[in-house]
Design a protein around this ligand. Structure first.
Ligand SMILES: *Cc1c(COP(=O)(O)O)cnc(C)c1O
Length: 388
């Protein structure tokens, strides 16, 4: 019988603890490991270099770390994939997926996270990139050398939703990578809809407390091998303490995600009727779910809202007291930022406009505080700006 998500979140990556005689997972900070049998150590090193998930001895922490492996196993279980590979950050995870596509042609569906957009466009990894603005442009963008299709749903920052199964169908043999940072494995499992790679900036909801930088890719065992090889070669490893903290946070992930989503539903409705607000983007609002994905692909609307004001939105941010002006999202506390000047600053202006990232847009990453306190803060700031 498949376990429920909450049970899985609590127990994943912990099944051996009772046998080990401990209740909390051990934190292994070793950078290197004694090799009492040198010949076997050499064989183990070779096994990791071939992309294996485990060998008899970790040998060296860039090759393997048992604490990080616990987090990876737990995340793979939550996403419903064979394996997961953790990285130092979400960007390191995305870089590894692009590198694994063998520097072939990449198709990116805009809008995507500003850092991903810039990474693809700046030529650093030198794959040829075609940016498209909608699923209807996908078939025409496919080439014989297309090695990867990259998308985000719900997307940053306007919460656009894309039908993953439909993209996978059009893609045929080409692997589809889905950045699942906004939805988390609690609300959406892209691999169940055919995505080859499920990417997370673990810095966000998976951490949940604003104190860890990390990334992870969930995928098949076959695709995980090359990702681990890239991690060994580029040294983009997740620190074991970060792995420990991410694993520690998983048991409360379902509770945090649902509590923040509850707040976001309340705030989105109130924002939609506020006289200072011109538009609200939130998957749960009427008309926001053109393809009917809410309730099927995406089990809940999540806790990111973006909204537009009628005039310069920066004064609104400046008048908030409780809500913190900061980039990032997915923390227990509510954050607000201005995408055009911060997270999506490096996206070319025309592409920003085509993706609906207006200079009047603010992105609110809702936390788990009391909804009425968050609304009082927002309402006061919006009213002060209206009155000015
Ligand atoms: C933050 C973020 C990233 C980048 O992750 P880092 O951990 O900051 O490197 C990628 N995708 C999305 C959707 C994000 O929100």
């Amino acid at each position: 019988m498949e376990l429920g998500t909450r049970t899985m979140a609590v127990h994943a990556g912990r099944n051996d603890l009772a046998r080990l005689g401990v209740h909390a997972p051990p934190l292994d900070l070793s950078s290197t490991y004694p090799l009492l049998d040198h010949e076997q150590g050499g064989l183990d090193l070779g096994t990791f270099a071939d992309g294996a998930a485990t060998a008899g001895n970790p040998v060296y922490s860039r090759l393997h770390n048992p604490t990080v492996a616990r987090f990876e196993n737990a995340l793979a279980e939550l996403e419903g994939t064979d394996e997961a590979v953790a990285y130092a950050s979400g960007m390191a995870a995305i870089t590894a997926v692009i590198m694994a596509s063998a520097r072939a042609h990449v198709i990116a569906l805009r809008p995507i996270y500003g850092g991903t957009d810039h990474l693809l466009g700046c030529g650093l990894l030198s794959p040829e990139v075609t940016y498209i603005n909608g699923i209807e442009q996908l078939a025409g963008a496919l080439r014989p050398d297309t090695g990867l299709i990259l998308l985000e749903t719900p997307a940053n920052p306007c919460l656009d939703m894309i039908d993953i199964a439909e993209v996978v169908r059009i893609a045929g043999e080409v692997p589809v990578a889905v950045d699942n940072t906004f939805a988390t494995p609690i609300l959406q499992n892209p691999a169940k809809h055919g995505a080859a790679y499920v990417i997370h900036s673990a810095t966000k909801y998976l951490s949940g407390h604003g104190d860890v930088l990390g990334g992870v890719v969930a995928c098949s065992a076959e695709l995980a091998g090359p990702l681990r090889q890239i991690r060994i070669l580029t040294g983009s490893v997740l620190h074991p303490l970060a792995g420990y903290l991410l694993h520690r946070g998983l048991p409360t992930l379902p509770l945090r995600v649902l509590a923040a989503q509850h707040n976001a539903g309340i705030l989105a409705e109130r924002l939609a009727t506020h006289p200072a607000v011109a538009a609200v983007h939130y998957p749960g609002l009427p008309g926001a779910d053109a393809y009917g994905l809410l309730g099927s692909q995406l089990s809940g609307a999540g806790s990111i809202i973006s909204f537009e004001t009628y005039s310069d939105p920066i004064p609104v941010i400046e008048k908030l007291n409780l809500i913190t002006p900061a980039v990032s999202l997915g923390s227990v506390d509510t954050l607000i930022q201005h995408p055009a000047s911060l997270t999506h600053r490096l996206v070319p202006e025309q592409a920003r406009r085509e993706s609906g990232i207006s200079p009047l847009l603010l992105r609110l990453a809702v936390g788990i505080e009391d909804a009425n306190d968050l609304w009082a803060d927002l309402d006061t700031a919006l009213n002060l700006v209206l009155a000015a």
